[in-house]
Design a protein around this ligand. Structure first.
Ligand code: SAM
Length: 220
């Protein structure tokens, strides 16, 4: 599917690097720490329907299912190669999750399919236009009063992160993040309440936890 889209960026930019993805995340991105915080922030309730947008090799979807066994957990990614790693990991962990092939900006789900959508380190892979399309799609598949929790790069706050930002501002996909535009784009996509809830820093830059709410039915 991704071959039709010339700007599709796989997990580590080049397919031949995909086998090294899990090791890099584990040691370079404080993966377990940040993904555990994301899960805490999502407050997933029993039997809620949860989507991990751009689930990659499946670490976050598996962690979600382990921490909320009664939730219905789905992972979606546009790359069959990472999905096959995710399927193997889920099988090894004896975890029952749905793993779907699809694009973030053309979600293969009806309206109101999920109570919570999460996404980690995916948004900086999308062009500006595709970010906005993806945010609108997430809003469409969320139920009213549902939440979208994003973990991804964001605006720098100090000398170190401003220096890191110099590089990432050179690329369209990462510039939106490092220019602090994600909250504005979420608002533009129609979410009624958007926050930069928390920040940590790793070797690549400032990582923000973004939270976006789809308005309750009947509210303006
Ligand atoms: C850096 S990886 C993050 C994977 C995973 N969420 C994690 O935290 O480890 C980015 C993922 O986004 C996926 N991706 C990139 N563009 C996408 C798109 N347009 N639709 C769906 N998935 C996409 C890639 O295939 C890759 O698995």
């Amino acid at each position: 599917m991704e071959n039709k889209h010339s700007h599709y960026i796989p997990a580590l930019r080049f397919h031949w690097l995909t086998p090294f993805y899990d090791s890099l995340l584990k040691w370079g991105m404080r993966e377990e720490f940040v993904k555990s915080r994301l899960i805490e922030r999502a407050h997933i309730q029993p039997r809620q329907r949860v989507l991990d947008l751009g689930c990659g090799t499946g670490t976050l979807v598996i962690m979600i299912k382990q921490s909320s066994p009664e939730a219905h957990v789905t992972g979606l990614d546009g790359d069959e190669e990472v999905l096959s790693i995710a399927r193997t990991k889920a099988k090894q962990a004896n975890i029952n999750i749905q793993l779907d092939h699809g694009l973030a900006y053309e979600l293969p789900y009806p309206d109101d399919s999920f109570d919570v959508v999460v996404s980690s380190f995916v948004i900086h892979h999308l062009t500006s236009e595709d970010k906005l399309r993806a945010f609108k799609e997430v809003r469409r598949v969320l139920r009213a009063d549902g939440w979208f929790h994003i973990l991804d790069f964001g605006r720098p706050v100090d000398f170190l992160t401003r220096t890191q930002a110099l590089v990432f501002r050179m690329f369209e996909q990462t510039a939106d993040n490092f220019n602090g535009r994600i909250p504005f784009m979420l608002k533009e996509a129609g979410f009624d309440s958007v926050a930069e809830a928390k920040r940590v820093t790793n070797i690549f830059g400032p990582i923000w936890f973004y939270e976006a709410h789809k308005q309750k039915e009947g509210s303006l």
